[in-house]
Ligand binder design. Structure first.
Ligand SMILES: [Zn+2]
Length: 490
């Protein structure tokens, strides 16, 4: 067996086309990691270099998208490949710790063999690859903080992120953020608060394990909140270009594209239920609408509306101005709305990004900005939807989702602000097939059972007529994934 050579082939996949040095930095990290942790001889080749021909060889393909390889797992896979003279398929490992492929090259090679490596994924339910910019940012910050990271086994990485220090590291998004801990409910002030755990998945930001504590729930008012939480003034530090996978481009604002926007159901509902009751020259403010999707659709449908978009960052500012929309780049917390000015104010998928105390504050300010009989429309994910709880979707967007809400937990907050509840509708954005959330679960969920469940759910929802029926059923049963709430100023 010892005369069988092992060749690593490193694929330099461009992770950030904007910053080329990052790829080189990751290449050198991987080299250090392999030479430090592997006890057998091997060669390491760039995948663009001409292939060396060996008589008998195990080829291990790795990628710059997976710098935190599990060297014990590699050892097991290589030994298995040498012993069986076969290519070894590895299923069920934490995404990011296994090589892309392990194949046997030689005259006597036999068929594939299979290794289910479920224990690490089952125990930790996390993601360590850096395919998302968020995870790349965490990896780069981690490497900066721990100079010996290349020597860490994956268990040490899992232990760190299961700890309080690891959770604080993720919630700070790898930066210097001021965090504070709640010892009582931020909404009703009762002291009975308890951690709740994601079980099948980690949040998209990865690294956290199923033992990490980051969301807590109040036993009285049911509200779910991030704990610890960044101080309000530090919240916008969570948003930088690592957070944005896709910037909207010019073509996204045609009426045709907007009709295919993920949130079109919510927008259409708003136009149908509220838009038609508004005066012809209605004054509208879209708070936190920095991508411009709602405002540009609204302006194309209701050209006489006077629309302000207010957000701390507005991507398509020029485009929106061309449509005749007023854009104001400002932090919502420091911007003063004109009093008794607006007929309708919208908060699309915004309040979950705010601390509970700030939701209350914002609602009071919005109340003052609205005319009498004016509407505030809020949409936010519904924690109490079974689909939101399937695959732990409610936890996917921490730390960016500071508050995870339901109608039960929101009603006491609304009661404090003077608004009256006008209407609640339940849409199901998660069921939009192009989102691919359930197919993501097929490969990334933590057990054989939950991966199969994702596959089944995906099959169910991909069929168009069944999908439409489900969306309507979830709407009727008030268990859709998105609440669209209408509040009225009396
Ligand atoms: Zn409470």
């Amino acid at each position: 067996m010892d005369d069988i050579k092992v060749e690593f082939i490193l694929k330099k996949e461009v992770i950030l086309s904007e910053v080329e040095e990052i790829t080189e930095e990751i290449v050198s990290f991987i080299e250090q990691r392999l030479y430090n942790q592997l006890s057998f001889p091997f060669t390491l080749t760039d995948h663009n270099a001409p292939a060396k021909i060996y008589e008998n060889c195990v080829k291990v393909e790795i990628s710059t998208k997976t710098p935190l390889l599990d060297c014990n797992l590699i050892q097991t896979l290589v030994n298995m490949s040498k012993r069986t003279k076969s290519s070894v398929k590895c299923y069920g490992a934490v995404p990011g710790i296994a090589p892309s492929s392990v194949s046997f090259v030689g005259p006597d090679c036999s068929k594939n063999t299979l290794l289910h490596n479920d224990s690490s994924l089952h125990d930790n339910a996390t993601i360590l690859n850096i395919e998302k910019k968020k995870r790349l940012k965490i990896f780069l910050s981690l490497k900066k903080k721990f100079k010996d990271l290349h020597c860490w086994g994956v268990d040490k990485i899992f232990d760190f992120f299961s700890s309080r220090e690891g959770v604080e590291f993720i919630i700070s998004y790898g930066e210097n953020l001021n965090l504070e801990y709640y010892t009582k409910c931020p909404s009703c002030c009762k002291p009975e608060i308890h951690p709740i755990y994601a079980g099948n998945f980690s949040p998209i930001i990865g690294f956290l394990t199923r033992k990490s504590k980051y969301y807590f729930q109040c036993s009285f008012c049911e509200i779910v909140f991030l704990n610890p939480v960044p101080k309000s003034g530090d919240l916008n530090k969570l948003y930088d270009w690592y957070d944005v996978e896709i910037f909207p481009n010019e073509n996204d604002f045609s009426l045709h594209s907007l009709q295919h926007n993920h949130y079109i159901q919510n927008y259409e509902l708003c136009f149908k239920k509220y838009g038609k009751n508004l005066p012809k020259n209605a004054t509208i403010a879209d708070l936190g609408g920095g991508t411009g999707f709602f405002s540009s659709l609204a302006k194309q449908k209701f050209p006489s509306w006077d629309i302000d978009v207010i957000d701390f960052r507005i991507y398509p500012q020029k485009k929106l101005n061309e449509f005749g929309i007023n854009t104001i780049e400002s932090d919502l917390s420091s911007f003063t709305l004109k009093e008794n000015h607006y007929d309708m104010i919208t908060l699309w998928e915004v309040i979950e990004h705010l601390r509970i105390e700030d939701i209350e504050l914002q609602l009071k300010r919005i109340y003052n900005g609205l005319k009498s009989n004016g509407f505030l429309i809020i949409s936010t994910p519904n924690f109490n939807s079974p689909l939101t709880q399937a695959l732990d979707f409610w936890a996917w967007f921490m730390p960016h989702h500071i508050s995870v809400l339901s109608l039960n937990s929101l009603l006491p907050i609304f009661a404090k602000t003077g608004f009256e509840l006008f209407d609640v509708n339940y849409e199901s954005i998660l069921l939009r097939e192009e989102r691919g959330d359930f197919s993501f679960g097929v490969t990334n969920s933590c057990s054989i059972a939950s991966r199969a469940e994702s596959l089944l759910l995906n099959l169910l929802i991909m069929e168009q007529s069944r999908n439409t029926k489900l969306i309507s059923e979830f709407r009727q049963k008030e268990i859709g994934t998105e609440m669209v709430i209408g509040l009225r100023k009396p």
